[in-house]
Write a protein that binds this ligand. Sequence first.
Ligand code: NAD
Ligand code: UGA
Length: 469
Amino acid sequence: MVKICCIGAGYVGGPTMAVIALKCPSIEVVVVDISVTRITAWNSDKLTIYEPGLEDVVKKCRGVNLFFSTDTEKHISEADIVFVSVNTPTKTRGLGAGKAPDLTYWESAARMIADVAKSDKIMVEKSTVPVKTAEAIEMILTHNSKGINFQILSNPEFLSEGTAIQDLFYPDRVLIGGRETPGGQKAIETLKEVYSHWVPEDRIITTNLWSAELSKLVANAFLAQRISSVNAISALCEATGADVTEVAHVVGKNTRIGPKFLNASVGFGGSCFQKDILNLVYICECNGLPEVAHYWKQVVKINDYQKTRFVNRVVASMFNTVSGKKIAILGFAFKKDTGDTRETPAIDVCKGLLGDKAKISIYDPQVTEDQIQRDLTMNKFDWDHPIHLQPMSPSAVKQVTVTWDAYEATKGAHGICILTEWDEFKQLDYKKIYDNMQKPAFLFDGRNVVDPEKLREIGFIVYSIGKPL
Ligand code: NAD
Ligand code: UGA
């Protein structure tokens, strides 16, 4: 039986390995992590992350050929293939701080593999890493290898949160990069065999190592660029009376452009887009390409602009102050169908409103109060560095309440901000909400989920992203 071990039981490691276990009954898959809490949750009824369809998959294979463990050394040493799916956050200090990825977790995982390995292994980069990381990892492994043969493959993950299981079941493509040596090609074939259990052959792309590493960064940069492009146009639409939804529809009808990923929003969030673009920017700067770096940096700058623009619009339209006013925040996760709040635009919007002394009442169907309070007191980039976590500052969070009900959150509010496109926000009884709010009642739709005309008929003053007033 082929044995796979995955280091890192997070949003990628957990779902990816669960699907491999489901689709490959002849393979034993063990996911290991240094976080005891995470492993305990994966072994319980309340999995560590919320992801539609995940529970079903885990329940089918857990204890059969899928295991979650903290015994890292044992499972790495027994595995034929070791996936590394640890976090690769943006560095918060030192050389490249604020741009370069922090590869501390990566390096410690690689050193652990070198230390405990007793037999030949294929090591698979699942995390998103800078191009040329495999070279550094090879150095660590070969210098400590005691004669063991390691093959490094790059197999970046393209799943999106909220649709992870569907993305893993039916991927657009699986990418495997490896050395152009007989050993490298054999390793590629071994990993290809794993995916061939359910992914059609023509969807498995093989490349050299550097193309695979770089393709992942570029894929995310292109996706984020589309959002910043449409968001930049949303500002122009608001200024001119054009409607961004109509413009995006027309533009997307061109088959060379396509309709997906053109929804204007309060800004993109999530743990990867900003991190990966900054990573790309840093690589360009290090390679003496300042113009290319500048080009990609604009994608992040427009995203920051969009979040600031949203806050300014709320404050400006509510008579230039929200001091002492109750603002209801509907949705805190960075997108629907996930409880993940990493880099969610809601953090910046809430901080901006708190800066103007608003009282905030938040409702999100999947995010806990504890998580929200932590997010609002954390420094930029600290969210993915568990060791740097600061204790909560009580003064900052006094102005924030969190409820488990949209009607409770909006009761007595002067304004509402919709910050996540949860489906349930389309079906709320807005007449009931309006009746229980202060007047004039404002609604700022950061995701274009409500029909502004219908809400105006009720009496709301509605601002939607990129739409005429
Ligand atoms: P995550 O923070 O959810 O999970 C990472 C896990 O690795 C954590 O549980 C952490 O405790 C563990 N870990 C860190 N160092 C370890 C070590 N030395 N030994 C054992 N465990 C260790 O991160 P994630 O969202 O799963 O992302 C992982 C990687 O995948 C990142 O590089 C990210 O850019 C990339 N990625 C993420 C997504 C996504 O949707 N979240 C999608 C594609 C790619
Ligand atoms: C993204 C990519 O889509 C995945 O392919 C990639 O694997 C992943 O990053 C990663 O490397 O981590 P994810 O961040 O989970 O996936 O979610 P997306 O659906 O891409 O959404 C990202 C952000 O963009 C969200 O805040 C979303 O609301 C926003 N968005 C998305 C828009 O504002 N407009 C759109 O049209 C689409």
